[in-house]
Ligand binder design. Structure first.
Ligand code: PMP
Length: 778
């Protein structure tokens, strides 16, 4: 390989203008464009038309240029790329001599307007997705194309990377860098080389890098992306095209794997990717960057002052060091998931303990009052987004767990957690920007009144702390809570949770706890047909608190325990008024229902046009990582600051804050609240229709992806159909769908990343199960 600029043409701007006029009858303004080997000028004609004048290096082979031209001509009207214009003499390539009499080939191409991908600071998720589709379209367009010059031995062909890298390794001095190169080389030789021969081949552009992709946001659809510079065309493995595009599109970005998976997803919608391609894609991406740094190491050695050579080298190294932290197997199932392929299909993770052995050990070692779901318990060995996989590789659609809110093992969360855990995880007694940034972000999702955060490790701890805040502020003890409510597992929370203290093993409520009737407009005293139901239920609260000194009223914005009950619109507003008049504060327990799940709003309390004084958060806040939080007003926080220190050893630790922030980022970037609304509304509509056909369904309720289906034995008495609910849950599991039940109410509260396709599958299987069950009963 020669020095890059050894043969680079030397023509002044004036000379270039003359050439354009003389050979192509083009006049206008001229500006040099960056290029590795050629000399390129942008020409702007007075009529605003733009062209690129390309003067090839003297070393360039004419056959190669003809090959490039034929590809651009072939792609015309297929994808957005330059068009080759003919000279006055109707020639696609014109030969001219420089001052020294050396011949150069000249071409004039149309200019693709737009911004270079590499200059876009933060491309949107949609743009990454479109890039995947664009690359697939490019691949598809070239599938049938062939040219004899395409079969060439080229150092930028990824299939030659082991020998090229091997040759240039001696130019690397840094030991860490050599270790990284060797690691990826080894991965390539062991994981890719043995599998290459089975893969498809075609002519590929081979250099869809961040400065060869042009983005024009004013265009629609895939027309907004264009590709230039066909100098690296080669006949090689088709999948390389995608790997190269990904490698450069995500250079220097934070969440590499996640962004890569979006590109993969887009590509897969146009050309379905094969499992064997997805198995090696990650290593190919890494290998392209390895090849790039190896070549620039060599070039730098030849031309230490050439800045062009190091443009992307630093970013490539940074990205490679980050990629090194990712397990290639993990990367492959992130990609497979993006393509709707079960990530553990071919995985062989031998189970160490059988289900029976685990059961026996649990009996011996774990407190017996921990329940286990399903008659035939599940041994889940992997979770990914909305799916769970058992030890035999069977896939389950998780429609019951609202904790992995944005998806089980969401790559962005895993990445954020891994990265922070490897750097620092400490407590709130040091100054850490992660803590304050996260608190600020959390407050920004809430009404202005919420200004102070406390971080703990669970929903229970959050509620426990909320009670302390309320009691310290009011200097009172009495708590008003809902019948059937559950607020957590600590001693004091059991005392206020009717669901527990009135059930088996419960000891009833202490004197200072006052329960109020559930404003259930389906089964309660005042029903949906009564327009005054909210007012009447609120009257009940007035009666209960009369003569009492209330510290706090605590409630779930939609009741999770006792069957996903949603309140009459005006109910909470009226209750708040009574509580505030009494001198108490209102605590919204958003542990189950917060973070966009209810679809219409980010917080479930917003469904009722009320603003609580304290909100408590848990479960989805950390997507499974143990985080709890209390957010309140400055006034309440000031009262709580009474001299006694508040400290939670791991509450608000660095990793938790980073994870919490990642959850908020994902909800926003993936538009998950909107998704919860769209998919939730679809499920509600479908269930309402199913309800018309099957009398067992008494009521369908909830909001977004927090839904309940109330099953009844008799339409008149509304007798709860508890056994039937259990049966349905079991049968749904056999169909690969996990839902929950609280007595006779089926609970649907999946990760909010589920798709409309998942919802359709769920509805279909649900109806199948109802048909089956109805026939068994009749
Ligand atoms: N509040 C509500 C409404 C809950 O449903 C729960 C748990 N089911 C909690 C608080 C307690 O959360 P954790 O189990 O994370 O402590």
């Amino acid at each position: 390989m020669s020095k890059i600029n050894e043969h680079r043409p030397k023509f002044s701007e004036n000379r270039a203008l003359q050439i354009a006029k003389e050979y192509f009858a083009v006049i206008g303004d001229i500006k040099p464009l960056p290029s590795e080997r050629d000399l390129n000028y942008l020409l702007k004609a007075p009529n605003k038309e733009s062209f690129v004048l390309k003067i090839a290096a003297s070393s360039e082979n004419k056959e190669n240029l003809l090959f490039q031209n034929s590809v651009m001509n072939y792609l015309k009207n297929k994808i957005n790329c330059p068009e080759v214009l003919l000279s006055k003499e109707k020639e696609p390539i014109t030969v001219i001599k420089d001052k020294n009499g050396i011949e150069h080939f000249i071409r004039l191409l149309t200019y693709i307007p737009g911004q270079m991908w590499g200059d876009i600071k933060t491309p949107s998720i949609d743009l990454y997705y479109d890039l995947g589709r664009f690359i697939a379209k490019l691949t598809h367009s070239l599938e049938e194309f062939f040219h004899p010059s395409a079969k060439r031995d080229f150092h930028w062909d990824l299939k030659n990377s082991p020998s090229v890298i091997g040759k240039f390794l001696e130019y690397q001095q840094d030991k860490n860098k050599i270790t990284i190169i060797n690691y990826f080389l080894n991965q390539y030789n062991t994981q890719v080389v043995p599998n290459l021969s089975k893969l498809k081949k075609s002519v590929i552009h081979n250099d869809a890098n961040d400065y060869n992709l042009v983005v024009n946001q004013s265009q629609l659809g895939l027309d907004k992306i264009g590709i230039i510079d066909f100098g690296d065309l080669v006949y090689s493995y088709t999948i390389f095209e995608l790997a190269i595009a990904i490698a450069y599109a995500i250079l220097g970005k934070e969440d590499l794997l996640y962004l890569a998976s979006i590109i993969v997803k887009g590509y897969n919608t146009v050309i379905p990717l094969r499992e064997d391609e997805l198995d090696i894609l990650f290593i190919l991406i890494c290998m392209r960057l390895t090849l790039s740094v190896a070549i620039s190491g060599y070039q730098k050695n030849l031309e230490p002052n050439n800045k062009y050579l190091t443009i992307s080298e630093q970013l490539a190294w940074e990205t490679l060091f980050n990629f090194r932290k990712i397990n290639p197997n993990y990367a492959s199932y992130v990609f497979k998931h993006a393509c709707g392929i079960s990530p553990i299909k071919n995985e062989t993770t031998p189970s160490k303990l059988t289900k029976l052995e685990i059961l026996k050990k649990r009996e011996k070692l774990i407190g017996k009052n921990l329940s286990i779901s399903y008659k035939e318990p599940l041994k889940i060995v992997k979770g990914f987004m909305q799916y769970l996989y058992d030890e035999e590789g069977k896939t389950y659609l998780d429609m019951r767990n609202n904790v992995p809110h944005v998806g089980h093992s969401h790559p962005k969360i895993v990445w954020a957690l891994q990265k922070q855990a490897a750097i620092l995880n400490t407590n709130t007694r040091y100054l850490q920007e992660e803590l304050v940034n996260y608190a600020e972000r959390l407050c920004s999702t809430l009404p202005d009144k919420f200004q102070v955060c406390y971080f703990v490790n669970s929903g229970s701890e959050a509620n426990e702390l909320a009670l302390r805040l309320a009691r310290t502020h009011t200097n009172r003890k009495d708590i008003v809570a809902m019948e059937g409510a559950y607020h957590g597992n600590t001693g004091e929370l059991i005392n206020i949770s009717h669901y527990k203290f009135s059930g088996k093993g419960g000891k009833g409520a202490p004197q200072y706890v006052h329960t109020i009737k559930i404003p259930d407009i389906y089964r309660g005293a005042y029903q949906v047909s009564d327009p005054e139901a909210g007012k009447k239920y609120a009257e009940d609260v007035k009666n209960v608190i009369r003569g009492k000194q209330v510290a706090a009223f605590i409630f779930e914005s939609i009741m999770g325990s006792t069957g996903q009950i949603i309140y009459p619109k005006d109910y909470l507003h009226r209750v708040f008024k009574s509580i505030h008049e009494n001198g108490g504060v209102c605590i919204a327990d958003e542990v189950q229902v917060g973070f966009g799940r209810v679809g219409k709003h980010f917080w479930a309390f917003e469904l009722y046009n009320i603003i609580p004084d304290i909100i408590t958060l848990g479960k989805p806040i950390g997507n499974g990582h143990p985080i709890g939080a209390v957010v309140t007003t400055r006034e309440l926080a000031e009262s709580f600051n009474n001299g006694m220190e508040f400290f939670s050893t791991t509450g608000g630790n660095t990793v938790s804050c980073v994870v919490g922030m990642a959850v908020l980022d994902i909800i926003e970037a993936e538009k998950l609240q909107e998704n919860a609304l769209k998919v939730g509304n679809y499920i509600i509509e479908e269930l309402e229709q199913i309800k018309e056909k099957y009398s067992i369904i008494g009521d369908v309720r909830g909001s977004g992806l927090f839904l309940g289906v109330d099953l009844i034995k008799d339409v008149k008495t509304l007798e709860p159909a508890e056994k039937e609910a259990e049966k349905i849950v079991e049968k749904m599991k056999n169909h690969g769908i996990l839902i929950g039940n609280d007595k006779n109410v089926l609970k649907i509260k999946p990760p909010i990343c589920i798709t409309l396709g998942n919802a359709k599958f769920f509805v279909k299987k649900f109806e199948d199960v109802l048909v089956k069950i109805s026939s068994e009963w009749s």
